[in-house]
Design a protein around this ligand. Sequence first.
Ligand code: GLU
Length: 308
Amino acid sequence: MPSPFPSFQSVLERIAAEIEATPGRGRPADYIPVLAEADPRRFGMAVADLDGTVYGVGEWQQPFSTQSITKVFTLALDLSLEGDVLWEHVGREPSGNPFNSLVQLEHEHGIPRNPFINAGALVVTDRLQTLTGDAAGVLRDFLRTESGNPDLGFDMTVADSESAHGDRNAALAHFMASYGNIRNPVPVLLDQYFRQCSIEASCADLARAAGFLARHGTRADGSYLLTRSQAKQVNAVMLTCGTYDAAGDFAYRVGLPGKSGVGGGIIAVVPGRCTLCVWSPGLDERGNSVAGVAALDRFTTLTGLSVF
Ligand code: GLU
């Protein structure tokens, strides 16, 4: 007789106990000064079922800085509005370079490798800005609706801190503008991008908001954000490019589409089954949450839920 499937809550509690007993949690990101203050031992994790029921453990309701996790949502919003035209302006191959690298862009004529490195995310936000007139506001409103949390919003202290130390992102944007791949004035784009990255949300909020990726493109209210094929595409790009220069190792250990951010959060998708979000601010040398990757690794091992 096969053993009964363990409940999400019991799996989460077991993972939290294991993580608690593990020494060594990495270091918080320090290139955005306000993020450097985070305590690496903090930990929260949530799983959202297809119907939006959320199970959580630790600090699963604590808002944190979502950072690059937002790149999944801007990609989905842009694809829902302009479809495949986007792929003429950004690629979908792993970059093999750090997330904020300038080197590849010159060889590839200002077309970024994928939408999850900073250059690619800037292109996506620029295009969403042209299509909507307020990319960050549209993103925030989408996240509020899908998470059911009307209080979710920007943390302007983080946005201002990032803006004050944003020379690298400014360089990327200007460089792509020189190739004609940015349509808005660079200061407008950077303001939108830094506010996008500053959005604060909890594991519960993000697990729920990402639900459309597990429901093959269907939003919480039953309407379609993406076609089934587009939802597959976003999940595929998350699997191959979503965890900086460690996507191969993440696929090997976790076996799910995932997207991390330098705030220490990671979202992951089990298509047709559930979405997950884990947060712990200590990062490894490639920018992924140490406890976050470990927790997702344990989740797929304990449940057998994986795309492989
Ligand atoms: N706002 C950060 C940046 O652009 C996002 C980095 C990240 O989370 O990967 O540098």
